[in-house]
Design a protein around this ligand. Structure first.
Ligand code: HEM
Length: 429
């Protein structure tokens, strides 16, 4: 099955070059079926290995582009990844400046304490549970339904390409207050923004175009205040006085634009991938799908198991600021440390049968949303968006099951894990 993701349903036309699929291919999507046996082998040999994760698989990958092999290492145990992500004093997030800074701008993702704490506390009020209740009520359920409406009468669909690919980016656009007419252009820019499969010029052009779109919204919100994401960020005040001598101030336009750019890879593309993997987990385990259908109260635990079982982004990253030790292994100052969350979430020291999808396993925290000061800021948004998607799909598509006539690769990828295609059939009402 082809790995094309062309966003036909937003503007009716497939882009000439399927940039998103090219990015996926570079991250092993459609190529690497099951990385877990090799990750288990590496973990069993030693908790920390020199070199990138991708090189251990003989695959290309963003980690191989960003730092030389002898300047990086990777931690393969739950305990090790957990310890690195919690310790922002020893492990800096500045590495993200190299990988994302130029196209996205400076954001909380690449900041260290105390700067990180200040900016994060300013932005967090836009992502509380209460705010997410409002998103759900005002637009998320409607967006989900609008995509289901397109195929509900057909009795079959591809829940990857026809549904999951479009929905979270649409949510971010509406949350930001973007006019619906601008959605196709927004999609095009977001497919190119952090895409290492296209040239740096194309990435920077997408970054500028996206910036110009957000700039217009900022100007409108300064004149006419609103409660959407940009309205909240425009009103937020940063008290800089006790850390760089500057006085109390608003976020600059560039700071708001950079944060909105960050939401594309951090908020939309992760949620797209996560929806496909939890759906694939359920569809490929019909007895668990039947249990969730019979009791929708099981949806939250299905989502957590989906995020443990298959993380959308295999690895986070940090840079050691001093010589240190991780899981008994020396790490040099300046060394880049990959923290493959996917390996941590399959550590048999923490989970029985770690490679099995089992929504009934005893719940315990996983690292799908990271941990420590940089733990996912959009955790409530992601959980809500995934829950609403499952609720509406199960209610509106009775008898939902994998299409027996269309084979699917299931979840694939190394750097990024996704079920690009989810061919399903269902009963029509
Ligand atoms: C299932 C979907 C999602 C997953 C698996 C996920 C995962 C993650 C992970 C692992 C991190 C930590 C990165 C690190 O420590 O280096 C992170 C950070 C972040 N996420 Fe998410 N995320 C998801 C959805 C979202 C959504 C929906 C939003 C916003 C709408 C969002 C916004 C952010 C932001 C802003 C950060 C940076 C936080 C910081 O640096 O303090 N994420 N996410």
């Amino acid at each position: 099955m082809s790995q094309s993701h062309s966003p036909q349903s937003t503007d009716g036309a497939a882009p000439a070059f399927d940039a998103f699929a090219a990015k996926d291919a570079l991250n092993g999507v459609g190529i690497m079926k099951d990385p877990y046996p090799r990750l288990a082998e590496l973990r069993a040999e030693c908790p920390v290995h020199q070199g990138s994760v991708s090189a251990k698989f003989g695959m290309p990958g963003a980690d191989r582009i960003i730092a030389a092999e002898d300047e990086q290492a990777a931690v393969y145990t739950y305990k090790g990844v957990d310890a690195v992500l919690r310790d922002a004093a020893t492990f800096s997030s500045s590495w993200y400046h190299i990988s994302l800074g130029e196209v996205i701008g400076r954001t909380i993702l690449e900041m260290d304490p105390p700067e990180h704490r200040r900016f994060r506390s300013l932005i967090s009020p836009a992502f509380t549970r209460r705010e997410m209740d409002r998103w759900e009520r005002e637009f998320v359920r409607g967006i989900v339904d609008s995509y289901i409406d397109r195929f509900a009468a057909a009795g079959r669909a591809d829940l990857g390409a026809d549904f999951a690919f479009h929905y979270p980016i649409h949510v971010i656009a509406v949350a930001a207050g973007l006019p619906v007419d601008d959605l196709p252009a927004f999609y095009t820019h977001t497919a190119l923004l952090t895409n290492v499969a296209v040239s740096q010029e194309e990435r920077l052009a997408a970054s500028r175009d996206l910036g110009a779109m957000v700039q217009q919204l900022i100007e409108a919100r300064r004149k006419d205040p609103s409660d959407d994401l940009i309205g909240v960020l425009v009103r937020a005040r940063l008290d800089d006085a006790d850390w760089d001598g500057a006085s109390d101030r608003h976020l600059t336009d560039e700071e708001i634009i950079s944060f909105l750019r960050l939401l594309v890879p951090a908020g939309a593309q992760t949620t797209y991938r996560a929806i496909t993997t939890v759906l694939y987990g359920l569809l490929s385990h019909p007895e668990q799908l039947a249990a969730v259908r019979a009791d929708p109260g099981l949806i939250p635990q299905a989502i957590e198991e989906g995020l443990r079982w298959e993380v959308p982004l295999l690895s986070a990253g940090r840079t050691a600021v001093r010589d240190t030790v991780v899981e008994g292994c020396p790490v040099r100052a300046g060394q880049h440390l990959n923290t493959p969350i996917g390996a941590a979430n399959h550590d048999p020291a923490r989970w029985d049968r770690p490679d099995d999808f089992d929504i009934f396993r005893t719940p315990q925290p996983h690292l799908g949303f990271g941990v420590g000061p940089h733990v996912c800021l959009g955790i409530h948004a992601a959980r809500m968006e995934m829950r609403v998607a499952l609720e509406q799909l199960l209610v509106r598509l009775p008898g939902l099951r994998l299409d027996p006539d269309v084979p699917t690769d299931g979840v694939t990828g190394l750097g990024l894990r996704t079920a690009v295609h989810l061919p399903v059939v269902f009963d029509t009402l």
